[in-house]
Design a protein around this ligand. Structure first.
Ligand SMILES: [Fe+2]
Length: 196
C-alpha cells in the first residue's frame, strides 16, 4: 500500500477548522512539503496500539515533521504529514493558551504524542470529566466516539503528532449541557483526500 508523505496538494474543498482555526492557514506549509511515495504494508484498519506505534515512529523521525513546525501565537497550525486509505497523520503546533473545543472525531479512532511542551487533555470517561497532563513523549490512543478537549497550558509552545483511522471525515463539536451530557453545536467536515 502506498503511503503518501507530505501532502503537496491544497485541497480547495477543505473545510475543517479544527475548532477555531481555518485549514487554509496551513496550506502554504502543505505546498512546501516534499511528496514521496513509500511502499509500506498497512492493515485494512489501524487499531489503537498501531496508531500509537505510528505516532511514536513519526516522533522519532524528526526529519519528517521538524521542517514543518511553526508556532503562530494567533492560531494553531496543522500540517498533514501522511495519508493512506486507512489512516492519516497530522502535525499540530500549539502556542501557549491554544485550545480546541470539546469535539469527537466523526467515527475515527486516534492517537497522539507530544513532542515538545505540554498538552492538557480533558475527556469523558465513565460518565465523568477527567483531565490528564500529556508531557513530551507521552502517547495515548482513543477509540471512535472519544470526546475531548486539548489545550496547551504553557508556559512554552507545544507540538504534537496525531494519527486517525480511518482518516478524519468530520468532527462534531459540543457544549457541556448537564454534567457529562453534551449538546452538539456544529459539525465540521474534513477534506477528502483521494488515494495517491
Ligand atoms: Fe481530538
Amino acid at each position: 500500500m502506498a503511503l503518501l508523505l507530505g501532502d503537496t496538494a491544497h485541497d480547495p474543498t477543505a473545510a475543517t477548522t479544527f475548532g477555531t482555526n481555518r485549514f487554509d492557514q496551513v496550506a502554504p506549509a502543505l505546498q512546501y512539503a516534499p511528496a514521496r511515495v513509500l511502499k509500506t504494508p498497512a492493515p485494512a484498519r489501524v487499531d489503537g496500539d498501531d496508531l500509537v506505534a505510528i505516532v511514536a515512529r513519526f516522533a522519532s523521525a524528526g526529519r519528517l515533521w521538524r521542517p514543518h513546525v511553526r508556532h503562530d501565537p494567533s492560531a494553531r497550525r496543522y500540517v498533514r504529514l501522511a495519508w493512506a486509505p486507512d489512516h492519516e497523520v497530522w502535525l499540530i503546533c500549539w502556542s501557549q493558551g491554544h485550545e480546541v473545543d470539546l469535539h469527537d472525531h466523526g467515527g475515527s479512532a486516534g492517537a497522539f504524542i507530544v513532542t515538545d511542551g505540554v498538552l492538557r487533555e480533558e475527556y469523558i470517561d465513565a460518565g465523568r470529566f477527567r483531565r490528564r497532563r500529556c508531557t513530551r513523549g507521552a502517547a495515548r490512543s482513543f477509540s471512535a466516539g472519544h470526546v475531548h478537549t486539548v489545550s496547551n497550558p504553557g508556559p512554552t509552545v507545544a507540538t504534537s503528532i496525531h494519527a486517525y483511522s480511518p482518516p478524519l471525515r468530520s468532527m462534531t463539536f459540543y457544549a457541556p449541557h448537564a454534567g457529562t451530557d453534551l449538546l452538539a453545536t456544529h459539525v465540521e467536515m474534513v477534506s477528502k483526500r483521494e488515494s495517491p
